[in-house]
Design a protein around this ligand. Structure first.
Ligand code: ADP
Ligand code: MG
Length: 249
C-alpha cells in the first residue's frame, strides 16, 4: 500500500484541512477528549472511507467536518474557509451549499411525502417553489423512486429510504457527500444500490466521505483513514494513482 500523501500533487485542491484538531466533550462531571490532534487533508474529488472501532471518534469527526459541531482546539478549514471565522448564519449556509449528509437511520421526516423530504434543503436555501418541485422530482428519478414521490417514508423499504436520503443530500448539488454508517441498517443488496449511487457521484467529481465499520464498504473508497482513540492510526491508499486497486488486507 502507498501512503496517502504520495498521490498529492500541486494541482489538487484541498477541500478539508485539519491541523492538530481536538475535541473535548465537557459536562458538569466529565471531560472526554474524543479527538486528539487530527492532521488531515482531503482533496477535491477524493473517495475516502473512515473506519475505527465504536467510540474512536468517527461521528465526532463527521460532525466537525460537516460544521454540525465546534472543535475545541486546532484548525479546520472547509473549502478554503477557516471555520473559526464563521458566524452561525454563514456556517449554516456554507453547510447547506457545500455538504450533503447521509445518516445510518435515514433521518427522513415521517409526516412528509418523499418529494417534500427531498425538496427540504432547497426550502432552507430560499429556492422558489416550482424549481424546488422540479429539482426534487429529478433527484427522485435519479435514484429510481419517482413513482413513490407522493408516498411517505414509512411506506417504503430501508434501502429505498436511504436512496431518498441520497436524493435529498444531492439536491443542493453539494461538492461533498458525508455519510455516517450509510449501510448500517441495510441488507447487502440495498447497500450495494446505495454504494453504486456514491460511485456515480464520485465519478462526476463529488468528494465522497464514508464512515463505516464494515471493511467491505470501506474498500469501495480509494483511500482508507483509520481512527483509534481519537487519533488517526493509519491513512493509506486503496487505489494507486494509476487506478489499480489494492486487495482487502
Ligand atoms: P464513534 O462514532 O467512532 O463510535 P463518537 O465520535 O460517537 O465515536 O464518540 C467518541 C467518544 O466521545 C466516545 O467515547 C463517546 O462516548 C464520546 N462522546 C460522543 N458524544 C459525546 C457527548 N455529546 N458528550 C460526551 N461524550 C461524548
Ligand atoms: Mg458513530
Amino acid at each position: 500500500m502507498l501512503n496517502a500523501g504520495e498521490s498529492e500533487t500541486a494541482l489538487q485542491k484541498a477541500v478539508i484541512t485539519m491541523r492538530d484538531l481536538s475535541k473535548v466533550y465537557r459536562s458538569a462531571t466529565i471531560e472526554y477528549p474524543a479527538l486528539r490532534g487530527i492532521d488531515l487533508t482531503i482533496n477535491e474529488g477524493e473517495f475516502v472511507s473512515i473506519m475505527g472501532p465504536s467510540g474512536s471518534g468517527k461521528t465526532t469527526l463527521m460532525n466537525i467536518i460537516g460544521l454540525l459541531d465546534n472543535l475545541t482546539g486546532g484548525y479546520y478549514e472547509l473549502k478554503g474557509i477557516d471555520s473559526s471565522d464563521l458566524g452561525d448564519g454563514s456556517r449554516a449556509s456554507l453547510r447547506n451549499r457545500t455538504i450533503g449528509f447521509i445518516f445510518q437511520s435515514f433521518n427522513l421526516l415521517p409526516q412528509m411525502n418523499l418529494i417534500d423530504n427531498v425538496a427540504l434543503p432547497m426550502l432552507y436555501a430560499g429556492i422558489p417553489a416550482r424549481e424546488r418541485r422540479d429539482r426534487a422530482r429529478e433527484a427522485l428519478k435519479h435514484v429510481d423512486l419517482e413513482r413513490w414521490s407522493k408516498h411517505r417514508p414509512t411506506e417504503i423499504s430501508g434501502g429505498q429510504q436511504q436512496r431518498v436520503a441520497v436524493a435529498r443530500a444531492m439536491v443542493m448539488r453539494p461538492s461533498i457527500l458525508l455519510a455516517d454508517e450509510p449501510t448500517g441498517n441495510l441488507d447487502s443488496m440495498a447497500a450495494e444500490a446505495v454504494l453504486k449511487l456514491f460511485h456515480e457521484l464520485h465519478d462526476i467529481g463529488v468528494t465522497v466521505i464514508i464512515i463505516t465499520h464494515d471493511i467491505n464498504v470501506a474498500h469501495h473508497a480509494d483511500r482508507l483513514i483509520e481512527l483509534f482513540d481519537g487519533r488517526i492510526s493509519n491513512d493509506s491508499l486503496l487505489t494507486a494513482p494509476d487506478g489499480t486497486k489494492a486487495g482487502i488486507s
